[in-house]
Design a binder for this molecule. Structure first.
Ligand code: HEC
Ligand code: HEC
Length: 288
């Protein structure tokens, strides 16, 4: 090769590598989705722990047929319709593979390589283990396929999904790390439930101007709920109070939570007592 072109080739190679890094689909393999009753049962539990129904299965729908409306001002008005995630071939996720589930839940990418909007809390679900994602897949694929068309999102014309490629990379750098927690197994389990499944931070953690969670200020309050639920905010709560909240929706001051939090309680109340106690161990620091 003529040496004169070498710098150009190097620049092109770097550019292509950069584009691939930004737009390429992560290599996630294509693990099998189990059809065993055990995996399906574990998946149902994850489905509840992840609060999927709050957005995908609404108003007595027979299954997660979507159609729930999410309005966001960012600062332009966006209207999202949650998709049908029953295994219907035409209108749902029929034919999805293990790879498709891991790409969607943990990377915010569609099977065709498109980018999901973060109104789908994949920035939280990315903390799930692959095993849990695959159990969830086993459960969803075992549900009856329900044909139900969902309207397209209504977004400003310039708001292309590929913008999320850059946003995701920026978010990796800008979200930061949540506060460190104890190595205690129960606290760790509670952290996994809250940070990977229950997506508590999606509503309770403040966001920066680009709409990314500010993880070092985890649970310090947001535009949705100003009251902090970090150790300071919950300093008067006992673990017993917190388990009561997850089971009944009652706060330490004997109020019942309403609105979106009431929907959250619908799912936390279905968790095992062991997991509710793990949540409490993570959120409540009674000795300090
Ligand atoms: C806060 C609301 C919300 C919650 C909670 C939520 N989702 Fe979604 N989900 C969405 C939205 C909105 C989209 C569409 C995103 C887009 O089109 O860019 C979506 C997209 C999806 C998709 C892609 C479907 C397709 O046809 O491409 C899957 C799969 C999915 N969600 C599964 C789940 C599972 C499983 C859970 C629970 C662990 C869950 N979601 C929880 C809002 C939510
Ligand atoms: C979809 C948004 C949303 C999600 C997700 C969410 N919350 Fe909330 N939460 C709220 C809202 C809104 C309130 C205020 C409700 C009210 O005052 O009636 C609230 C209130 C609370 C309170 C009561 C604070 C007080 O002192 O009154 C606690 C504690 C709490 N949430 C914990 C959690 C935990 C734990 C999770 C995760 C399992 C969670 N929330 C997930 C929206 C959310």
């Amino acid at each position: 090769m003529n040496n004169k072109f070498l710098p150009l080739v190097v620049v092109l190679a770097i550019l292509l590598a950069g584009l691939y890094w930004v737009f390429g689909l992560p290599m996630v393999g294509n693990p099998e989705i189990s059809t065993s009753p055990e995996a399906i049962a574990r998946g149902e539990y994850i489905y509840n722990a992840g609060g999927c129904a709050a957005c995908h299965q609404v108003e007595d729908a027979e299954g997660p047929i979507g159609g729930y409306v999410i309005e966001v001002e960012n600062p332009f008005p966006n209207t999202f319709y949650t998709p049908n995630i029953t295994p219907d071939d035409e209108t749902g996720i029929g034919g999805w593979t293990g790879r498709d589930f891991i790409l969607a839940m943990k990377h915010g990418r569609s099977p065709e390589g498109g980018f999901y909007w973060p109104s789908f809390p994949y920035r939280t679900y990315q903390n799930m283990t692959d095993e849990d994602v695959l159990d969830l897949a086993a459960y969803l694929m075992a549900q009856p396929a329900i044909a139900s068309e969902v309207p397209d999102h209504v977004l400003p014309a310039w708001q292309f999904d590929f913008l999320m490629a850059g946003w995701n990379i920026l978010a990796d750098f800008m979200e930061g790390e949540p506060p460190a927690i104890s190595e205690d197994a129960q606290v760790q389990r509670g952290a996994y439930l809250a940070r990977a499944l229950g997506h508590c931070g999606e509503c309770h953690t403040p966001r920066n101007a680009l709409g990314m969670m500010i993880l070092p200020q985890e649970f310090a309050g947001s535009e949705i709920v100003s009251k902090p639920i970090n150790p300071e905010g919950l300093s008067s709560w006992t673990a017993f109070d917190f388990v009561g909240l997850l089971q009944l929706g009652m706060t330490a001051s004997f109020d019942f939570v309403g609105g979106e939090m009431a929907e959250v309680i619908e799912h936390t109340s279905m968790l095992s007592e062991e997991d509710q106690e793990a949540y409490a161990a993570f959120f409540i620091h009674e000795d300090d």
